[in-house]
Write a protein that binds this ligand. Sequence first.
Ligand code: BDR
Ligand code: CA
Length: 303
Amino acid sequence: THKIILDCDPGVDDAVAILLALASPAEIEVVGITTVAGNRPLEQTQYNARRICTLADRGDIPVYAGCGRPMIEAQGRSAPIHGSDGLGDVPFPEPKLPLQDLHGVDFIIRTVSEAPGEITLCPIGPMTNIALAIVKQPDIAPKIKQIVFMGGAAFCPGNVSPVAEFNLFFDPWAARIVLDAGIPQVMFGLDVTHQAKTSGPFLDDLRQSGPLPSTVSAMIQRYGTGDRCLHDPCVIAWLIDPSLFDGVSGRVRVNCQDDGLRGQTLVTLASGHPGDASPNIQVMTQVDNPRFLALLAERLKRL
Ligand code: BDR
Ligand code: CA
């Protein structure tokens, strides 16, 4: 069982990732959820995380608020595709669980310190919380088992600029800190997540499968445009069944210049040449979308 901290900015696809994790106790133990400013301001993302846990009847999950802005800039910009409340403006129960007092960054530090080598961090929003945890207490870096994240666009166009993906564009400096921290990582960038499209039959099936799946279906209907990609759930699906995905290994650097290339991920593939820096990241490039959707539907129907 993977012990994870889900670091998120819900966000429709974040919400689906949370639900997929909660529906998969044999493979995943959600130790806590930390929230960050991203798709929406922190006030809204922590509230949304608690609404999602309440929907899944999981009042036992501790939810923490982390950073309310990116590292360098005073303000980030939100993503309009998630509706005005970040969850597609569909009806949700009010949260039945409290917001924890501890700061999200301190929760990450404490949890990793207490269980060295055991915790997988899953950032599916801007990486501000993870970066700040590493900056505040650098000795946690070697104690983190792995970081499995959604962000970047290695071999394909971006979604907020010609080259940049939202999470890394929002806080490129945080991503730089995390990517350079010497921690084993798996990257789910747009290369792979753009293949994780939903379909009409998938949404119809969920709509007819009881209250929670039908709420998820409604939320996804109101999300984005066109193919409605489930970016963030890829991270969780990989932990459940890595055979759904394929990728390459290499090193990744993030552009932090405030120029047209801000947030771009630059990948150096492992070449086998002498002088290669050893690869530290698995860059995912492929998903078997029919099997991915089948897994999601099967799990969501459990809730
Ligand atoms: C990422 O940006 C957000 O809008 C989504 O939640 C996902 O984490 C995709 O670029
Ligand atoms: Ca997200």
